[in-house]
Design a protein around this ligand. Structure first.
Ligand code: CAA
Length: 413
């Protein structure tokens, strides 16, 4: 694997600064209220639109600023430091548009991407279903061919941004008898007759972003809304999309960890016990140091993954995206948990902002592929790499190699 070359452009650094300013001005002061009221931070969103951040990951020819997955990660991290729920809403907007970027026809890109970049069209990604979560290939929502297009029927679960989205990239079965070309992806618009929001979920965390059950009742989409124009490419498009989108959720995790750490650090340096600040107690110092170390390690793994994605190293990205998502989300949960511990009894109270970080963090280990799925993806990649380590045969004892060869023969006869 080529080493990812992490280099930030001036424009990416500017985006990070702008996102940080928006986070401090619009997100941080309102995060608790939106969480309590389950309401989306429309002011923060408008500020992001006005600053041109909605086109961060979209190519210039379609109205974006072409700052890639790395630009997206920098922005999502800043937002998530202040409010992880806002961070995921932004990341999922990218997730919902990636199928068009990776698989769409030129006409589809020209029609939809400029609207996304301008903030006029907001996106969601409808893959998961009641009986199809980790096993994403086992979908049952059906799209049947009709004159001039397709009719979609069924229900999707956990569609993040569901009720705010204008564009929903929806994955449906078009060829039930095929294994490899069973699924296709469609562009559904929220105004399409038959599309509805069945339910908005009541959640443990990320409460200000709507996560919905979406229903498709004979939703007609014309042929030109089949992503890529050829049926059967949907599963591949979904996997390629997730490889590019997981760094965004991983960046949300880094922001969550960084936000929790900042709060814990400030609190520890102000709270006095035993005649001194608790930050001067070695046990608290150790916690803060570990939190900082893990957050920093997660951050650079995410940047490395994003840089590989932007360099088009898609083979490396599959493994790195799984690693970044898995590691950063495990770190976020650990850091948020330790931050609550630093706050002590106050940490358990909703009066302080840290409890929300703890609640918001948990979902990071579950969505965009559970961390068990990520570890499976990493392990599959490792298995594929074995062939490239033939030079190690020299240091592996001959009897081990012979036993292995015999086992291999038995297993393959
Ligand atoms: N890029 C391109 N193609 C890929 C690919 C990738 N990264 N991964 C797999 N494929 C291709 C394979 O090459 C294979 O192609 P052929 O049939 O031509 O050989 C095909 O796809 C099937 O691949 P697998 O055999 O590996 O598929 P699988 O059924 O074993 O599933 C899986 C693999 C990794 C478990 C996948 O199902 C998965 O990622 N599951 C998790 C789903 C997920 O992340 N859901 C999240 C929903 S979005 C969300 O959560 C958003 C939100 O709210 C924040």
């Amino acid at each position: 694997m080529a080493l990812p070359n992490i280099q930030f452009t001036d424009d990416q650094l500017r985006l990070k600064e702008v996102a940080g300013e928006i986070a401090r001005k619009y997100l941080l002061p309102q995060a608790a209220r939106h969480d309590k009221e389950h309401s989306f931070n429309e002011d923060g969103f408008q500020a992001a639109v006005d600053a041109g951040l909605l086109g961060t990951w979209i190519p210039k020819q379609y109205g974006g600023s072409e700052n890639g997955v790395l630009g997206l990660a920098l922005v999502v991290e800043e937002f998530s430091k202040a409010d992880p729920a806002f961070g995921v809403a932004f990341a999922v907007n990218a997730l919902g548009s990636f199928p068009i970027i990776v698989g769409g026809t030129d006409d589809q890109k020209e029609k939809y991407l400029p609207r996304v970049a301008a903030g006029e069209a907001y996106c969601a990604f409808a893959l998961s279903e009641k009986f199809a979560g980790s096993d994403a290939a086992s979908l049952s929502v059906r799209a049947q061919k009709v004159d001039g297009g397709w009719k979609i029927n069924g229900e999707k679960k956990w569609t993040t941004n569901g009720s705010r989205a204008h564009i929903i990239t929806c994955f449906a079965v078009t060829d039930p008898d095929s294994r490899s070309r069973r699924i296709s992806a469609f562009i559904v618009e929220n105004t399409d007759p038959g599309f509805s929001i069945k339910k908005t979920e009541d959640k443990m965390g990320i409460r200000s972003v709507p996560v919905c059950e979406t229903a498709y009742d004979d939703v007609f989409v014309a042929d030109d809304r089949l992503i890529g124009g050829t049926p059967g490419l949907g599963f591949k498009h979904s996997m390629m999309t997730l490889d590019l989108a997981r760094p965004g959720v991983a960046a949300q995790a880094v922001g969550t960890a960084a936000g929790a750490l900042e709060l814990a650090n400030v609190y520890a340096n102000r709270r006095r016990q035993f005649g001194q600040t608790i930050a001067s107690l070695q046990m608290v110092q150790q916690m803060l140091a570990d939190m900082a170390m893990k957050t920093e390690a997660a951050r650079w793994l995410v940047y490395a993954c994003a840089a590989a994605a932007d360099a088009g190293d898609l083979k490396a990205v599959n493994k790195l995206a799984a690693m970044a998502k898995c590691y950063a989300s495990d770190v976020a949960v650990q850091v948020a948990t330790d931050a609550v511990q630093v706050f002590g009894g106050y940490g358990f109270m909703e009066d302080y902002p840290i409890a929300k970080f703890y609640r918001d963090a948990k979902i990071l280990q579950i969505y965009e592929g559970t961390n068990q799925v990520q570890r499976m993806v990493i392990a599959r990649n490792l298995t594929k790499e074995v062939g490239s380590y033939d030079y190690l045969n020299e240091v592996i004892p001959t009897e081990v190699q012979e036993t292995y060869a015999a086992d291999y023969e038995i297993a393959n006869t």
